[in-house]
Design a protein around this ligand. Structure first.
Ligand code: ATP
Ligand code: MG
Length: 454
Protein backbone atom coordinates (compact mmCIF):
# COMPACT_ATOMS: atom_id res chain seq x y z
CA UNK A 1 0.00 0.00 0.00
CA UNK A 2 2.91 2.37 0.69
CA UNK A 3 5.67 1.20 -1.64
CA UNK A 4 7.59 4.46 -1.29
CA UNK A 5 8.10 4.29 2.46
CA UNK A 6 11.50 3.28 3.64
CA UNK A 7 11.49 0.37 6.03
CA UNK A 8 10.82 1.14 9.66
CA UNK A 9 13.92 2.17 11.52
CA UNK A 10 14.38 1.78 15.27
CA UNK A 11 17.10 3.80 16.95
CA UNK A 12 18.04 2.42 20.39
CA UNK A 13 18.35 4.70 23.42
CA UNK A 14 22.14 5.03 23.28
CA UNK A 15 22.09 6.18 19.66
CA UNK A 16 19.82 9.21 19.85
CA UNK A 17 19.83 12.43 21.82
CA UNK A 18 16.47 12.28 23.58
CA UNK A 19 16.89 12.29 27.32
CA UNK A 20 14.09 11.93 29.84
CA UNK A 21 15.55 14.94 31.61
CA UNK A 22 14.18 17.10 28.78
CA UNK A 23 10.70 15.63 28.79
CA UNK A 24 8.04 17.24 30.96
CA UNK A 25 7.45 15.35 34.19
CA UNK A 26 3.74 15.22 33.52
CA UNK A 27 4.23 13.72 30.07
CA UNK A 28 6.47 11.07 31.65
CA UNK A 29 3.80 10.38 34.28
CA UNK A 30 1.23 9.78 31.56
CA UNK A 31 3.57 7.55 29.56
CA UNK A 32 4.57 5.42 32.56
CA UNK A 33 1.02 5.10 33.80
CA UNK A 34 -0.29 3.92 30.42
CA UNK A 35 2.55 1.42 30.20
CA UNK A 36 1.84 0.19 33.70
CA UNK A 37 -1.77 -0.42 32.67
CA UNK A 38 -0.55 -2.62 29.83
CA UNK A 39 -0.92 -0.15 26.95
CA UNK A 40 1.58 1.08 24.42
CA UNK A 41 2.70 4.61 25.20
CA UNK A 42 4.85 6.80 23.00
CA UNK A 43 5.73 10.43 22.64
CA UNK A 44 5.05 11.66 19.12
CA UNK A 45 4.83 14.80 17.00
CA UNK A 46 6.40 18.13 17.83
CA UNK A 47 7.80 16.95 21.17
CA UNK A 48 9.98 14.26 19.59
CA UNK A 49 10.84 16.43 16.59
CA UNK A 50 11.93 19.38 18.71
CA UNK A 51 13.89 17.28 21.20
CA UNK A 52 15.82 15.67 18.34
CA UNK A 53 16.57 19.15 17.01
CA UNK A 54 17.76 20.28 20.44
CA UNK A 55 14.85 22.73 20.75
CA UNK A 56 12.51 23.13 23.64
CA UNK A 57 9.17 21.50 22.75
CA UNK A 58 6.05 23.63 22.97
CA UNK A 59 3.98 20.72 24.23
CA UNK A 60 4.07 16.96 24.49
CA UNK A 61 1.74 14.70 22.55
CA UNK A 62 1.26 11.08 23.58
CA UNK A 63 0.09 8.27 21.29
CA UNK A 64 -1.33 5.04 22.66
CA UNK A 65 -3.40 2.00 21.78
CA UNK A 66 -5.72 2.79 24.71
CA UNK A 67 -9.12 4.09 23.57
CA UNK A 68 -10.13 7.58 24.71
CA UNK A 69 -12.63 6.11 27.21
CA UNK A 70 -9.89 3.85 28.58
CA UNK A 71 -7.57 6.81 28.96
CA UNK A 72 -10.28 8.64 30.88
CA UNK A 73 -10.73 5.67 33.19
CA UNK A 74 -7.01 5.69 34.02
CA UNK A 75 -6.61 9.41 34.68
CA UNK A 76 -8.98 11.24 36.93
CA UNK A 77 -7.73 14.61 35.68
CA UNK A 78 -8.79 13.76 32.14
CA UNK A 79 -11.31 15.22 29.70
CA UNK A 80 -12.28 13.93 26.28
CA UNK A 81 -12.49 16.59 23.62
CA UNK A 82 -13.13 16.95 19.89
CA UNK A 83 -15.68 15.45 17.55
CA UNK A 84 -13.78 15.49 14.29
CA UNK A 85 -10.74 14.15 16.09
CA UNK A 86 -11.55 12.74 19.49
CA UNK A 87 -8.74 12.78 22.01
CA UNK A 88 -8.00 12.86 25.71
CA UNK A 89 -6.60 15.87 27.56
CA UNK A 90 -4.87 15.00 30.81
CA UNK A 91 -4.70 18.13 32.97
CA UNK A 92 -1.88 18.95 35.37
CA UNK A 93 -2.55 22.49 36.53
CA UNK A 94 -1.82 24.70 33.53
CA UNK A 95 -0.13 21.89 31.58
CA UNK A 96 -2.20 19.67 29.32
CA UNK A 97 -0.84 16.41 27.94
CA UNK A 98 -2.69 15.43 24.77
CA UNK A 99 -3.27 11.69 24.48
CA UNK A 100 -4.41 10.39 21.08
CA UNK A 101 -5.37 6.84 20.24
CA UNK A 102 -3.58 5.37 17.21
CA UNK A 103 -5.56 6.21 14.07
CA UNK A 104 -5.94 3.96 11.03
CA UNK A 105 -7.13 4.74 7.54
CA UNK A 106 -3.73 5.70 6.23
CA UNK A 107 -3.03 8.34 3.65
CA UNK A 108 -4.99 8.73 0.50
CA UNK A 109 -8.35 7.02 0.60
CA UNK A 110 -11.06 7.85 -1.90
CA UNK A 111 -14.44 9.22 -0.88
CA UNK A 112 -16.20 5.91 -1.33
CA UNK A 113 -13.80 4.07 0.92
CA UNK A 114 -15.15 5.22 4.22
CA UNK A 115 -14.16 2.66 6.74
CA UNK A 116 -15.69 2.77 10.19
CA UNK A 117 -15.53 6.15 11.82
CA UNK A 118 -13.48 7.96 9.27
CA UNK A 119 -15.49 10.15 7.03
CA UNK A 120 -14.56 12.12 3.95
CA UNK A 121 -16.50 14.77 2.09
CA UNK A 122 -15.12 15.76 -1.32
CA UNK A 123 -11.82 14.23 -0.32
CA UNK A 124 -11.68 16.17 2.93
CA UNK A 125 -11.54 14.31 6.21
CA UNK A 126 -14.40 15.56 8.31
CA UNK A 127 -14.16 12.85 10.94
CA UNK A 128 -11.06 10.89 11.86
CA UNK A 129 -11.88 8.49 14.65
CA UNK A 130 -11.05 5.17 13.04
CA UNK A 131 -8.55 3.51 15.31
CA UNK A 132 -5.62 1.52 13.99
CA UNK A 133 -2.17 0.17 14.61
CA UNK A 134 0.94 2.13 15.45
CA UNK A 135 2.24 1.76 11.90
CA UNK A 136 -1.03 3.04 10.47
CA UNK A 137 -0.97 5.88 12.95
CA UNK A 138 2.44 6.97 11.72
CA UNK A 139 1.38 6.99 8.08
CA UNK A 140 -1.74 9.11 8.53
CA UNK A 141 0.27 11.93 10.12
CA UNK A 142 1.17 15.00 8.08
CA UNK A 143 4.95 15.42 7.75
CA UNK A 144 7.64 12.76 8.07
CA UNK A 145 9.38 14.77 10.80
CA UNK A 146 6.11 14.78 12.77
CA UNK A 147 5.79 10.99 12.62
CA UNK A 148 8.70 10.07 14.87
CA UNK A 149 7.93 8.20 18.09
CA UNK A 150 9.77 7.92 21.37
CA UNK A 151 8.83 4.64 22.98
CA UNK A 152 8.64 4.63 26.77
CA UNK A 153 8.90 0.80 26.76
CA UNK A 154 12.57 0.79 25.70
CA UNK A 155 13.41 4.50 25.15
CA UNK A 156 14.00 3.94 21.45
CA UNK A 157 13.05 6.30 18.63
CA UNK A 158 10.89 4.76 15.88
CA UNK A 159 10.85 6.16 12.36
CA UNK A 160 8.28 4.75 9.93
CA UNK A 161 8.39 7.38 7.23
CA UNK A 162 11.97 8.59 6.78
CA UNK A 163 11.54 11.44 9.24
CA UNK A 164 15.05 11.16 10.69
CA UNK A 165 16.64 11.71 7.32
CA UNK A 166 14.36 14.67 6.59
CA UNK A 167 15.06 16.12 10.02
CA UNK A 168 18.75 16.01 9.27
CA UNK A 169 18.23 17.59 5.85
CA UNK A 170 15.95 20.31 7.25
CA UNK A 171 13.17 19.21 4.93
CA UNK A 172 9.40 19.16 5.31
CA UNK A 173 7.92 16.31 3.36
CA UNK A 174 4.35 15.08 3.47
CA UNK A 175 3.93 11.38 4.10
CA UNK A 176 2.62 9.45 1.10
CA UNK A 177 3.15 9.60 -2.63
CA UNK A 178 0.54 12.22 -3.46
CA UNK A 179 0.88 15.60 -1.69
CA UNK A 180 -2.20 17.01 -3.43
CA UNK A 181 -4.30 14.26 -1.98
CA UNK A 182 -2.91 14.94 1.51
CA UNK A 183 -3.73 18.65 1.23
CA UNK A 184 -7.20 17.83 -0.03
CA UNK A 185 -7.77 15.49 2.93
CA UNK A 186 -6.98 18.37 5.21
CA UNK A 187 -6.20 21.80 3.71
CA UNK A 188 -4.91 23.01 7.09
CA UNK A 189 -1.81 20.97 6.32
CA UNK A 190 -0.86 23.76 3.89
CA UNK A 191 -0.80 26.20 6.78
CA UNK A 192 1.09 23.70 8.89
CA UNK A 193 3.72 23.42 6.15
CA UNK A 194 4.22 27.19 6.28
CA UNK A 195 4.21 27.23 10.07
CA UNK A 196 6.89 24.57 10.45
CA UNK A 197 8.97 26.03 7.62
CA UNK A 198 8.94 29.40 9.43
CA UNK A 199 9.45 28.00 12.89
CA UNK A 200 12.13 25.42 12.13
CA UNK A 201 13.76 27.20 9.19
CA UNK A 202 13.13 24.07 7.09
CA UNK A 203 12.58 23.91 3.34
CA UNK A 204 9.33 22.57 2.00
CA UNK A 205 10.05 19.65 -0.31
CA UNK A 206 9.42 20.81 -3.93
CA UNK A 207 6.70 18.22 -4.53
CA UNK A 208 4.88 19.46 -1.43
CA UNK A 209 5.53 23.10 -2.25
CA UNK A 210 4.16 23.04 -5.79
CA UNK A 211 0.47 22.43 -4.95
CA UNK A 212 0.33 25.21 -2.34
CA UNK A 213 -0.53 27.95 -4.83
CA UNK A 214 -3.15 25.92 -6.64
CA UNK A 215 -4.78 24.29 -3.67
CA UNK A 216 -4.86 27.31 -1.40
CA UNK A 217 -8.49 27.96 -2.23
CA UNK A 218 -9.37 24.67 -0.48
CA UNK A 219 -8.93 26.61 2.75
CA UNK A 220 -12.34 28.07 1.92
CA UNK A 221 -13.83 24.72 2.97
CA UNK A 222 -12.26 24.73 6.42
CA UNK A 223 -14.42 25.88 9.34
CA UNK A 224 -13.52 29.51 10.23
CA UNK A 225 -13.13 28.57 13.90
CA UNK A 226 -10.37 26.10 13.06
CA UNK A 227 -8.64 28.70 10.91
CA UNK A 228 -8.72 31.14 13.82
CA UNK A 229 -6.71 28.66 15.88
CA UNK A 230 -4.27 28.12 13.02
CA UNK A 231 -3.78 31.85 12.41
CA UNK A 232 -2.85 32.28 16.07
CA UNK A 233 -0.40 29.40 15.86
CA UNK A 234 1.12 30.86 12.71
CA UNK A 235 1.45 34.44 13.87
CA UNK A 236 1.76 34.12 17.65
CA UNK A 237 4.58 31.62 17.84
CA UNK A 238 7.66 33.82 17.73
CA UNK A 239 8.21 33.57 13.97
CA UNK A 240 5.07 35.34 12.81
CA UNK A 241 6.80 37.71 10.41
CA UNK A 242 8.49 34.84 8.56
CA UNK A 243 5.18 32.95 8.49
CA UNK A 244 3.36 36.02 7.11
CA UNK A 245 5.91 36.43 4.33
CA UNK A 246 5.68 32.77 3.40
CA UNK A 247 1.88 32.82 3.48
CA UNK A 248 1.93 35.71 1.04
CA UNK A 249 4.58 34.04 -1.09
CA UNK A 250 2.35 30.99 -1.57
CA UNK A 251 -0.81 33.01 -2.04
CA UNK A 252 -2.28 31.61 1.17
CA UNK A 253 -2.55 34.89 3.06
CA UNK A 254 -5.23 36.07 0.64
CA UNK A 255 -7.27 32.97 1.44
CA UNK A 256 -7.28 33.93 5.10
CA UNK A 257 -7.46 37.73 4.86
CA UNK A 258 -8.83 38.55 1.41
CA UNK A 259 -9.57 42.22 2.11
CA UNK A 260 -6.10 42.83 3.54
CA UNK A 261 -4.41 41.01 0.68
CA UNK A 262 -6.38 43.12 -1.76
CA UNK A 263 -4.93 46.25 -0.14
CA UNK A 264 -1.40 44.88 0.05
CA UNK A 265 -1.39 43.58 -3.51
CA UNK A 266 -2.64 46.84 -4.99
CA UNK A 267 -0.88 49.20 -2.67
CA UNK A 268 -0.04 52.69 -3.83
CA UNK A 269 1.99 53.26 -0.66
CA UNK A 270 4.58 51.27 1.24
CA UNK A 271 3.09 51.82 4.64
CA UNK A 272 0.42 49.08 4.71
CA UNK A 273 2.99 46.33 4.26
CA UNK A 274 5.48 48.14 6.50
CA UNK A 275 2.79 48.46 9.15
CA UNK A 276 1.87 44.77 9.20
CA UNK A 277 5.48 43.61 8.97
CA UNK A 278 6.64 45.91 11.75
CA UNK A 279 3.73 44.89 13.95
CA UNK A 280 4.43 41.20 13.45
CA UNK A 281 8.14 41.78 14.03
CA UNK A 282 7.37 43.53 17.32
CA UNK A 283 5.07 40.67 18.29
CA UNK A 284 7.83 38.14 17.60
CA UNK A 285 10.18 40.12 19.76
CA UNK A 286 7.69 40.30 22.62
CA UNK A 287 7.21 36.53 22.46
CA UNK A 288 10.96 35.97 22.49
CA UNK A 289 11.15 38.20 25.57
CA UNK A 290 8.31 36.24 27.22
CA UNK A 291 6.05 39.30 27.22
CA UNK A 292 2.31 38.82 26.75
CA UNK A 293 0.75 39.28 23.32
CA UNK A 294 -2.92 39.87 22.56
CA UNK A 295 -4.94 38.33 19.72
CA UNK A 296 -7.03 41.54 19.67
CA UNK A 297 -3.95 43.56 18.75
CA UNK A 298 -2.85 41.00 16.15
CA UNK A 299 -6.19 41.08 14.34
CA UNK A 300 -6.44 44.87 14.68
CA UNK A 301 -3.08 45.00 12.92
CA UNK A 302 -3.97 42.57 10.15
CA UNK A 303 -7.28 44.22 9.28
CA UNK A 304 -6.31 47.85 9.75
CA UNK A 305 -5.68 48.76 6.12
CA UNK A 306 -9.13 47.64 4.89
CA UNK A 307 -10.68 49.39 7.91
CA UNK A 308 -8.75 52.58 7.19
CA UNK A 309 -9.83 52.61 3.54
CA UNK A 310 -13.42 51.96 4.43
CA UNK A 311 -13.20 54.74 7.01
CA UNK A 312 -12.25 57.27 4.35
CA UNK A 313 -15.00 56.10 2.05
CA UNK A 314 -17.49 56.69 4.84
CA UNK A 315 -15.95 60.07 5.70
CA UNK A 316 -16.40 61.05 2.06
CA UNK A 317 -20.04 60.09 2.41
CA UNK A 318 -20.34 62.60 5.21
CA UNK A 319 -20.09 60.50 8.37
CA UNK A 320 -18.27 62.03 11.32
CA UNK A 321 -14.93 60.38 12.21
CA UNK A 322 -16.21 58.44 15.20
CA UNK A 323 -19.26 57.06 13.46
CA UNK A 324 -17.17 56.29 10.37
CA UNK A 325 -14.64 54.28 12.36
CA UNK A 326 -17.33 52.27 14.13
CA UNK A 327 -19.03 51.45 10.85
CA UNK A 328 -15.75 50.69 9.04
CA UNK A 329 -14.81 48.25 11.79
CA UNK A 330 -18.19 46.54 11.63
CA UNK A 331 -18.11 46.21 7.85
CA UNK A 332 -14.59 44.79 7.66
CA UNK A 333 -15.18 42.42 10.54
CA UNK A 334 -18.43 41.10 9.08
CA UNK A 335 -16.70 40.19 5.82
CA UNK A 336 -13.69 38.71 7.59
CA UNK A 337 -15.73 36.36 9.79
CA UNK A 338 -16.73 34.34 6.73
CA UNK A 339 -13.09 33.22 6.44
CA UNK A 340 -11.49 33.29 9.85
CA UNK A 341 -13.69 33.60 12.88
CA UNK A 342 -12.65 35.94 15.66
CA UNK A 343 -14.31 35.24 19.00
CA UNK A 344 -16.13 38.20 20.54
CA UNK A 345 -13.72 38.42 23.44
CA UNK A 346 -11.05 39.38 20.90
CA UNK A 347 -13.10 41.24 18.31
CA UNK A 348 -14.55 43.68 20.86
CA UNK A 349 -11.19 44.96 22.10
CA UNK A 350 -9.92 44.86 18.49
CA UNK A 351 -12.66 47.26 17.44
CA UNK A 352 -11.95 49.48 20.42
CA UNK A 353 -8.34 49.82 19.29
CA UNK A 354 -9.62 51.07 15.94
CA UNK A 355 -12.34 53.27 17.40
CA UNK A 356 -9.88 55.07 19.66
CA UNK A 357 -7.66 56.09 16.73
CA UNK A 358 -9.65 59.19 15.69
CA UNK A 359 -9.78 60.24 19.32
CA UNK A 360 -6.01 60.65 19.36
CA UNK A 361 -6.51 63.64 17.12
CA UNK A 362 -8.44 65.54 19.77
CA UNK A 363 -5.84 67.28 21.83
CA UNK A 364 -7.84 69.99 23.52
CA UNK A 365 -9.69 70.24 26.79
CA UNK A 366 -10.41 67.24 28.98
CA UNK A 367 -10.48 64.82 26.09
CA UNK A 368 -6.83 63.67 26.18
CA UNK A 369 -7.17 63.00 29.91
CA UNK A 370 -10.32 60.95 29.35
CA UNK A 371 -8.74 58.99 26.50
CA UNK A 372 -5.67 58.21 28.61
CA UNK A 373 -7.94 56.71 31.26
CA UNK A 374 -9.66 54.39 28.79
CA UNK A 375 -8.95 50.71 29.54
CA UNK A 376 -7.85 50.15 25.94
CA UNK A 377 -5.66 53.26 25.83
CA UNK A 378 -2.32 51.49 26.06
CA UNK A 379 -3.05 49.09 23.21
CA UNK A 380 -4.50 51.89 21.10
CA UNK A 381 -1.46 54.08 21.79
CA UNK A 382 0.92 51.25 20.78
CA UNK A 383 -1.17 50.96 17.64
CA UNK A 384 -0.80 54.68 16.97
CA UNK A 385 2.97 54.44 17.44
CA UNK A 386 3.13 51.63 14.92
CA UNK A 387 1.08 53.68 12.47
CA UNK A 388 3.42 56.61 12.91
CA UNK A 389 6.51 54.43 12.54
CA UNK A 390 5.26 53.02 9.28
CA UNK A 391 4.58 56.46 7.86
CA UNK A 392 0.80 56.41 7.91
CA UNK A 393 0.10 58.62 10.94
CA UNK A 394 1.86 61.85 11.83
CA UNK A 395 4.90 61.20 14.05
CA UNK A 396 4.31 64.57 15.77
CA UNK A 397 0.95 63.32 16.98
CA UNK A 398 2.41 60.07 18.34
CA UNK A 399 5.14 62.11 19.95
CA UNK A 400 2.58 64.42 21.59
CA UNK A 401 0.92 61.41 23.19
CA UNK A 402 4.23 59.98 24.35
CA UNK A 403 5.01 63.28 26.07
CA UNK A 404 1.50 63.56 27.44
CA UNK A 405 1.86 60.25 29.27
CA UNK A 406 5.18 61.22 30.76
CA UNK A 407 3.96 64.65 31.81
CA UNK A 408 2.89 65.71 35.31
CA UNK A 409 -0.71 66.78 35.93
CA UNK A 410 -0.04 70.54 35.49
CA UNK A 411 2.04 69.84 32.39
CA UNK A 412 -0.80 67.81 30.96
CA UNK A 413 -3.20 70.65 31.58
CA UNK A 414 -0.87 73.01 29.81
CA UNK A 415 -0.49 70.62 26.88
CA UNK A 416 -4.19 70.26 26.34
CA UNK A 417 -5.03 73.81 27.33
CA UNK A 418 -7.39 72.88 30.14
CA UNK A 419 -6.56 75.84 32.40
CA UNK A 420 -9.35 78.37 32.04
CA UNK A 421 -7.27 81.09 30.54
CA UNK A 422 -5.71 78.89 27.88
CA UNK A 423 -8.97 77.32 27.07
CA UNK A 424 -10.64 80.60 26.36
CA UNK A 425 -7.74 81.66 24.24
CA UNK A 426 -7.46 78.44 22.27
CA UNK A 427 -10.98 77.42 21.71
CA UNK A 428 -11.46 79.06 18.33
CA UNK A 429 -8.43 77.22 16.99
CA UNK A 430 -10.07 73.89 17.85
CA UNK A 431 -12.66 74.42 15.17
CA UNK A 432 -11.02 72.08 12.69
CA UNK A 433 -11.31 69.22 15.15
CA UNK A 434 -7.58 68.69 15.37
CA UNK A 435 -7.47 70.57 18.62
CA UNK A 436 -5.75 73.51 20.15
CA UNK A 437 -2.94 71.69 21.92
CA UNK A 438 0.62 72.62 21.24
CA UNK A 439 1.09 69.75 18.80
CA UNK A 440 -2.35 70.27 17.40
CA UNK A 441 -1.28 72.49 14.58
CA UNK A 442 1.48 70.21 13.41
CA UNK A 443 -0.69 67.13 13.83
CA UNK A 444 -3.40 68.73 11.76
CA UNK A 445 -0.91 69.88 9.17
CA UNK A 446 0.51 66.38 8.94
CA UNK A 447 -2.84 64.92 8.13
CA UNK A 448 -3.78 63.98 11.67
CA UNK A 449 -4.01 60.48 13.09
CA UNK A 450 -5.92 58.46 10.55
CA UNK A 451 -3.81 59.93 7.82
CA UNK A 452 -3.84 59.34 4.12
CA UNK A 453 -0.23 58.30 4.18
CA UNK A 454 0.76 61.25 2.08
P1 ATP B 1 3.72 22.05 17.78
O1 ATP B 1 5.14 22.25 18.09
O2 ATP B 1 3.08 23.24 17.18
O3 ATP B 1 2.91 21.44 18.88
P2 ATP B 1 3.16 19.54 16.51
O4 ATP B 1 3.80 18.86 15.34
O5 ATP B 1 3.26 18.84 17.81
O6 ATP B 1 3.75 21.00 16.56
P3 ATP B 1 0.33 19.41 16.92
O7 ATP B 1 -0.73 20.24 16.32
O8 ATP B 1 0.57 19.46 18.37
O9 ATP B 1 1.65 19.79 16.13
O10 ATP B 1 0.02 17.93 16.46
C1 ATP B 1 0.71 16.81 16.99
C2 ATP B 1 0.97 15.79 15.90
O11 ATP B 1 -0.27 15.32 15.37
C3 ATP B 1 1.72 16.32 14.69
O12 ATP B 1 3.11 16.31 14.90
C4 ATP B 1 1.29 15.35 13.62
O13 ATP B 1 1.98 14.13 13.71
C5 ATP B 1 -0.16 15.10 13.97
N1 ATP B 1 -1.05 16.04 13.28
C6 ATP B 1 -1.51 17.21 13.75
N2 ATP B 1 -2.32 17.82 12.86
C7 ATP B 1 -2.37 17.02 11.80
C8 ATP B 1 -3.04 17.06 10.54
N3 ATP B 1 -3.80 18.12 10.24
N4 ATP B 1 -2.87 16.03 9.68
C9 ATP B 1 -2.10 14.98 10.01
N5 ATP B 1 -1.44 14.88 11.16
C10 ATP B 1 -1.57 15.87 12.05
MG1 MG C 1 2.34 19.42 19.65
Amino acid sequence: MYPDFPACRIVPRDQHAISRANISENALKVLYRLKQEGYQALLVGGGVRDLLLGREPKDFDVATDARPEEVRRIFRNCRLIGRRFRLAHVHFGPEIIEVATFRGGGAGLEDDEEPGDRHLENGMIVRDNLYGTREEDALRRDFTVNALYYNIADFSVIDYAGGLEDLQAGRLRLIGADPELRYREDPVRMLRAVRFAAKLGFNIDPACERPLREQGRLLGGVPPARLFEEVLKLLHSGTGLAAFEKLRHYGLFGQLFPATEECLAHEDHDFPITFVSRGLGNTDQRIQEDKPVAPAFLFALLLWEPVRRRYFTLIDRGLDPFEAMIRAGEDVLAAQLARVSIPKRFSLPMREIWELQPRFEQLDGKRPQRLAAHPRFRAAYDFLLLRAESGEADPALADWWTRFQEASAPEREAMSGTSRKRRRRRRPAAGDGAGGGEAGASAAAGGGGVGDGG
